[in-house]
Ligand binder design. Sequence first.
Ligand code: MN
Length: 194
Amino acid sequence: MVQRHRARSRHYDLRLEIGGVLVSWAVPKGPTLDPSVRSLAVHVEDHPLEYIDFEGVIPRGEYGSGDVIVWDRGTWAPARPEDPAADVAAGELHFDLDGEKLAGRFLLVRTGRHRGRSGREQWLLLHKRDEHAVAGWDPEEHPRSVRSGRTNDEVAAAPEALWRSDAPAAEAEAPAPAPASAPAAPDALGGSGS
Ligand code: MN
């Protein structure tokens, strides 16, 4: 699944279920079907399975605060099914997606590490040249949630759910309170993290 997440900076979170967790990469420019594009993908923390269909708002002050939509979802299959976790550890994962927006063969390959405190691994995400490839395909031209049909702006203005990043996963999602009459601008949510 992929979430479009507006936190301190906007990005897309690509999450693949491996070994009971969501192994995750934050892709600032988003995934694309365009096989000529190599997208930076920062390997971020595994997320709990409970997060797999989350759409709503992460409150200010919590990790990743901002708004989140379920931008795509579907199934994935590693090209080498034996041990995808080992392939992630080795820094190269070939896989097929069968989503509502994304489809075909993708490659994630580790290229290095960020300097600085995070030490997060930098990877590249790219789409192979196959029958699902589409030249010029831009994720920002496909902005609606596959769960609700809503955009990030619409979810931010009237979220149905909140995610408390600091709570245990089983307790993290909660119904959102009734929206304020004047919705907060997304920038006002502030926050940080991925
Ligand atoms: Mn994120």
